[in-house]
Design a protein around this ligand. Structure first.
Ligand code: THG
Length: 384
């Protein structure tokens, strides 16, 4: 049953409802649209599969999908010291960002460990959002602000992003918000009205198929906007979708908690281009990252091709061997229709991270599968 390979077990128990398992404004529509598998992300429901893993993949790459990514929580930082706090949280230089710009900003702690990898939205020098991956950034921000006695207010505003992704996304979003959306460049945002409601619309999203993210700031608008997407996009073959594991691995996008966590530094996971130690910026973990750069890392996240036509979900990390010696672990993997075999990420020791290195991956239920190292991303981005 390829299309439900992402569930935890075949006798799947159900998720208990309750206020800790937060719904989004779109959850009822997602259920009605036939969502078959949910995950939990930032203590919130995240749909994963609709028609099936492979069907959803081809649909995303051909048409346009509407994604409930309400779980991408916004950590809002406002106040006189807002820019100073955001800069202290990230190793990337944010000083040249302008209002209306998004930046992918690795957050690091005092040891250089990854805290999160959000998208930053800059509204002004005194107003930022961090659109976070799955870790509790609000508490880290509040802790830093309190410890450093900064003049900021940190909170999670009532905002639930809705993503529209796929090659026809621009046409669909333009039907809702007007042709102005076509002028929004990659990783820029504008405030555009939908039925009289000003909404933040960014050209971004966790796929390489192009698209937008609409930051819906009113719970009651959620179902109306969801319905409007489906009404406006019927002839575009719009469908429900979700961040897709295979497509994002092909494109080289990383998943906090799966491919890396607080135990990894940005150099190990290919984010060194966002470590701006040569700039005159003040961030927590600066000394730690300088020391790590000096020492050099001993393991790195690489791509791996895995000789397989089916793979289970990567629940625990799969051990990687070279001639019986343990040299790393696979962190995410999936069979790629584009490559006709398994693709994935593996954290590999320095002795075995070179392109072309032959490996064996121990996959539960499949035994040892042959694999080989390849650089990331699997599919180079189209020029934008
Ligand atoms: N959009 C928004 N919030 C998010 C995500 C998102 N929060 C959670 C998660 N995704 C955060 N992680 C990422 C990882 C990669 C990217 C965005 C968020 C991404 N990276 C591009 C790349 O790597 O090619 C662009 C990086 C750049 O040019 O700066 O898009 O998807 N709102």
């Amino acid at each position: 049953m390829q299309e439900i390979s992402s569930i935890v077990s075949t006798s799947a128990p159900l998720l208990a409802a309750g206020r800790r398992m937060r719904r989004t404004p779109y959850t009822a529509r997602v259920e009605a649209a036939g969502c078959r598998v949910f995950s939990v992300y930032n203590h919130m429901l995240l749909p994963e599969v609709f028609r099936g893993d492979v069907e959803d993949y081809h649909h995303l790459k051909t048409h346009v999908q509407v994604w409930d990514v309400g779980c991408e929580r916004q950590v809002q930082i406002r106040g006189r010291d807002a820019a100073s706090l955001v800069q202290r949280m990230t190793c990337r230089d944010i000083s040249r960002a302008v209002p209306g710009q998004c930046l992918y900003v690795p957050l690091v702690d005092e040891q250089g460990g990854m805290v999160n990898d959000p998208v930053m939205l800059k509204f002004s020098d005194e107003h930022f959002w961090l659109s976070i991956a799955d870790s509790d950034v609000l508490l880290w921000a509040k802790g830093l602000a309190a410890g450093l006695r900064l003049d900021v207010d940190c909170r999670e505003p009532a905002v639930w992003p809705l993503a529209v992704q796929g090659p026809k996304a621009e046409d669909l979003v333009a039907r809702l918000f007007g042709d102005e959306v076509r002028r929004i460049r990659f990783f820029r945002f504008a405030t555009l009205a939908w039925q009289g409601h000003p909404l933040t619309v960014a050209r971004s999203g966790w796929s390489k198929q192009g698209g937008f993210e609409i930051y819906v700031n009113d719970w009651a608008l959620g179902e109306r906007l969801w319905d409007a997407c489906f009404d406006a996009g019927r002839d575009l073959d719009v469908g429900p979708g979700a961040p897709h594991n295979t497509e994002r691995i092909e494109g080289g996008l990383l998943s906090y908690g799966n491919d890396f966590d607080n135990g990894n530094n940005p150099f190990e996971i290919g984010l060194e281009k966002y470590v701006h130690l040569d700039r005159d910026i003040d961030f927590v973990g600066r000394r730690a990252l300088a020391a790590i750069r000096e020492r050099g890392v001993t393991r790195r996240l690489m791509g791996v091709f895995i000789e397989a036509m089916q793979l289970p979900a990567c629940e625990q990390g799969w051990p990687v061997f070279a001639e019986e010696q343990r040299v790393g672990e696979v962190t995410s993997a999936s069979v790629s229709p584009a490559f006709g075999e398994g693709i994935g990420y593996a954290m590999l020791d320095r002795s075995h991270w070179n392109e072309g290195t032959a490996l064996d991956v121990l996959v539960p239920g499949e035994g040892k599968l042959r694999a080989r190292v390849t650089p990331l991303p699997f599919i180079a981005p189209r020029p934008s």
